[in-house]
Design a protein around this ligand. Structure first.
Ligand code: HEC
Length: 126
């Protein structure tokens, strides 16, 4: 094979591996069929950082995000419902914890409350 052609093939392969790798990395977990709305929201919006079980995703660690452990019942027990709703709605920035994004403009208040309840349920699982 002539040099330029070989170089082109190598570059194309590298781009393919890179984009494929990124797609795999940023993919969200499969949502079970007929899952309740809160679970679908959680897996779709939150699991990238918090992991599908709430313990934090290693993918988040790759991006130096430290989402904490939502499945820690003792820790969550110290949080009020209002705190959970506020941090989901407004993000962590207003309370000096900027790692947590705000979802107030993405989902409704009712959905946020469902998510807060869903998170409390994570502690009981596994
Ligand atoms: C971009 C990554 C990211 C996404 C997406 C994300 N979070 Fe977070 N979240 C964080 C980080 C990082 C923290 C910890 C902030 C800190 O302590 O500085 C956090 C903190 C929290 C906390 C507070 C936990 C505590 O003990 O104080 C709750 C509750 C929470 N997230 C819920 C959610 C929910 C629900 C969603 C989906 C709607 C979500 N997060 C999506 C990164 C994320």
């Amino acid at each position: 094979m002539r040099r330029p052609v070989a170089a082109l093939v190598i570059v194309l392969a590298a781009v393919g591996v890179l984009t494929g790798g990124l797609a795999w990395l940023l993919d969200t977990p499969k949502v079970p069929l007929g899952a309740p709305r809160a679970e679908r929201l959680y897996l779709g919006l939150c699991a990238t950082c918090h992991g599908s079980d709430g313990r934090g995703s290693w993918r988040a660690a790759l991006f130096l995000v430290r989402p904490g452990n939502l499945a820690d019942g003792e820790r969550l027990g110290r949080r009020s419902d209002q705190y959970l709703v506020d941090i989901i709605k407004h993000g962590g920035a207003p309370i000096g914890r900027p790692g947590m994004p705000a979802f107030g403009s993405t989902i409704s208040d009712a959905e946020i409350e469902e998510l807060a309840r869903y998170i409390r349920g994570l502690a009981g699982k596994r």
